[in-house]
Design a protein around this ligand. Sequence first.
Ligand code: GLU
Length: 547
Amino acid sequence: MDYQALAELLFPNVTDTPESLEARYPLRQLPEGAVVTRMAPSPTGFVHLGNLVQGLTAERMAHQSQGVLFLRVEDTDAKREVAGAVEVLIDTLKHYGIAFDEGATHEGDAGIYGPYRQRQRAAIYHVYAKKLVAEGQAYPCFCTEDELTAMREKQEAAKDNFGYYGKYAMWRDRDLEDIQGQLAAGNPWVLRFRSTGSIENQFKFDDLVKGKLTVTENDIDHVLLKSDGIPTYHFAHAVDDHLMRTTHVVRGDEWLPTLPFHIQLFKALNFKLPKYVHIGPLMKMDGTSKRKLSKRKDPELALTFYKAEGFPVEAVYEYIMTLLNSNYEDWRRANPDAPATEFKFSPKKLNPAGNLFDYAKLTDISKNEIAKMDAPKVYELLTQWAEEFDADFANKLKADPDFATAILAIGRGGKKPRKDIATWKEAKPYMGFFYDEYLEAPQFDQKFSNDTVKLALSKFLEKFDYTDDSGVWFDKVKAITEEMGFTTDMKAYKADPTAFPGTVADVSTFIRQAVTGKTNSPDLYTVMQILGYDRTVARIQAVMNTL
Ligand code: GLU
């Protein structure tokens, strides 16, 4: 077979050469050890935790080595493409601190290794496709769907492996005339790789996450170009990662089964193989067993979920770092205030089997992160969140920023800041009572008669002096307790609860409920200070009128 003639026949218009492409995309001038890597998502519009895990890994590896992180859009599957998906992806990742140095942007492409959208690179793939054909490493296949189905049935009957390989590869060794005939008839074709591998052979491969792997050679003549001339992922990523001078491919381990084919392709194309970082899946406990997080079943897989719940970016970032590198938490304890970028990230520390996603832990981390923020920052982030997800609450927060900030300052600062909320969504249930419209009617403990509650409240109003400090304020509550025959001696009460009608805790709760509508609230003295004398008294009186 005259492969050169075949190459001309299939790609008459391709005049570029691999050499000219090498010159067009020069080697990068970067410091020794710099990692060049990328995110290469398909623009399906669904941005998930896995993207963030992969993005953070790639970002840390690139930027801590003074390398490059770029965004390549793998849009070869037009059917799955969603309009605006690239923009959503860029914005979402930026929200989490992942900024690209080059690649697709809102305004088009930035960087000299572009275009960064695969459909615009068809001509580039065809140069290499032509080369492979000219070398006898690829060939056109005119199989119809029916023929492929028949092949499958035959394989099933013979208990052979499925796939287009060996004796089943109908177009592998066809004459030039046959091919010309098909082309002349205008029949569609795909370009297939001519595999020289055998499943009898195994070889070793070193993955930066998975470690040493023994894999089986690929014997399938995989499709390189589809009938519309658009490449498959396999072929496109090999060409792109080579020309874009990628040193490390960071991707999900769902690509491991096709890795032998990828290695084979890099060899066939005479490309240096990049290092691979195959990340395991995110899993969750489902009953007593683990399973992969699923788009269909688990809303927490989508990154939009965390935004809507109101997890601060810092919290999600911290959590993912603890997931990715087992030594991150120790480092964080030793360096509580250092920027996360100072941590020495290593792909070798990733769990090869993937990670269990622990929502409770994220919540815990988030509580800590919010507790660390000062009140103006909490105000700013909470308001931003509310503007998008709870407009009414946002309006209240914005109507009196000083009032809101004073509320948010409760228990903040100091050695042991309070950890009241884990998400911005929890802020309204926590502090909403400060706003009259969100105040709920108290449900007093049925153990106490209305008269008892009313008596405690009226006594409090008699004694209430807004200028008291918290010590005097509490002494008054204790005095009321005694006057009512309740006890301030919690020990004595515990020893014999029947000896007293109630305790100072009950009296405090009556007042707390009258002022906040709830049995739990931040420090009641401070609440009253922030609410002011008039509103505190008005609230207590209003409740007394209902008793
Ligand atoms: N487009 C592929 C995906 O979304 C990219 C894999 C890779 O990073 O190479 O899974």
